[in-house]
Design a protein around this ligand. Structure first.
Ligand SMILES: Cc1cc2nc3c(=O)[nH]c(=O)nc-3n(C[C@H](O)[C@H](O)[C@H](O)COP(=O)(O)OP(=O)(O)OC[C@H]3O[C@@H](n4cnc5c(N)ncnc54)[C@H](O)[C@@H]3O)c2cc1C
Ligand code: FES
Length: 254
């Protein structure tokens, strides 16, 4: 576990923040799709367990986390300022699959967008041009980091449930329009479980491969506690912290 300095902890919308830390030690080995666990120094017993977060961006040894405040841990994190120190453990989990076809559809719901930044940063420009990024949220203020994502030569498609930005409705509706036109060969999705279920159904309906970045409660993050299981189609369970968090949709049962 590395003790690292906070460089910035910026509020982007009502509940979404961008944390920047100076990475060091093993953290420098992180790859897109992997996650880290953050322990808050003042919270020795509650929250007891470090919280898991996907790496959103990693450039010039600055590691960024895009996070949403949902409970005690993330609220505590949102109150930390530049210069304060936190404990960061990782990298954990498996990176996104290496062999991936293009054109690739990235489908993100809310802060599920986080990991796709780092993924795009590591992709050569000729492949970035073959990315469709579908990004949905409840309302326009929750569509964060648009300036950052707009700098990549990708096709960015937006949807909000209230129609305040992009298409009104769910992002999976936009995705289905392009699947019908056979624009995409493969999918990688991250977001709330209802969205992931629809992505899984769409991949089956249109006969394409889909990878899902899944979330469960993760106590240890290292394969010890067996608390992060998700049902496997072949029988038994996947341990998301070690075998995931990204798994083939066809191999899991929700
Ligand atoms: C591999 C992985 C990567 C993640 N990456 C990110 C990220 O990049 N950005 C981000 O904002 N969040 C991410 N999360 C979710 C994040 O870890 C949780 O939101 C966080 O642990 C909540 O901690 P808390 O103490 O604030 O909330 P808690 O007090 O622990 O929980 C508050 C509420 O949130 C619910 N909750 C807690 N964890 C989750 C979860 N995993 N999924 C759904 N509901 C949950 C609880 O059931 C409870 O209702 C990730 C989770 C995993 C497993
Ligand atoms: S979080 Fe403990 S085994 Fe996965």
């Amino acid at each position: 576990m590395e003790k690292v300095k906070i460089l910035k902890n910026q509020r982007l919308s009502e509940r979404i923040y961008l944390l920047e830390i100076a990475a060091k030690g093993r953290l420098l080995e992180v790859n897109p799709g992997q996650f880290v666990k953050i322990k808050f120094p003042d919270f020795r017993y509650d929250p007891l367990f470090p919280r898991p977060f996907t790496v959103h961006s990693f450039q010039n040894q600055v590691l960024k986390i895009l996070y949403q405040v949902v409970g005690k841990g993330t609220l505590a994190l949102s109150k930390l300022s530049e210069g304060e120190e936190i404990f960061v453990f990782g990298p954990l989990g498996k990176p996104y699959p290496e062999k991936i076809d293009f054109p690739l559809g990235l489908c993100a719901g809310g802060v599920g967008i986080a990991g796709f930044g780092f993924f795009l940063e590591r992709l050569p420009e000729n492949l970035q041009k073959r990315i469709f990024l579908y990004y949905g949220a409840r309302t326009s203020s929750e569509l964060v980091r648009l300036d950052y994502f707009s700098k990549f030569p990708i096709e960015l498609k937006l949807a909000t449930e209230d129609g305040s930005a992009g298409k009104k409705g769910y992002i999976t509706e936009l995705l289905e329009e392009d699947l019908k036109e056979e624009k995409i060969k493969i999918l990688l999705a991250c977001g709330p479980m209802p969205m992931l279920k629809v992505v899984k159904e769409l991949s089956e309906k249109y006969g394409i491969k889909a990878y899902l970045s899944l979330e469960t409660f993760m106590a240890c993050g290292t394969g010890f506690c067996k608390g992060c299981v998700i049902k496997a189609r072949k029988g038994g369970y996947f341990h998301l912290c070690e075998e995931g968090p990204t798994l083939l949709a066809s191999e899991v049962i929700f």
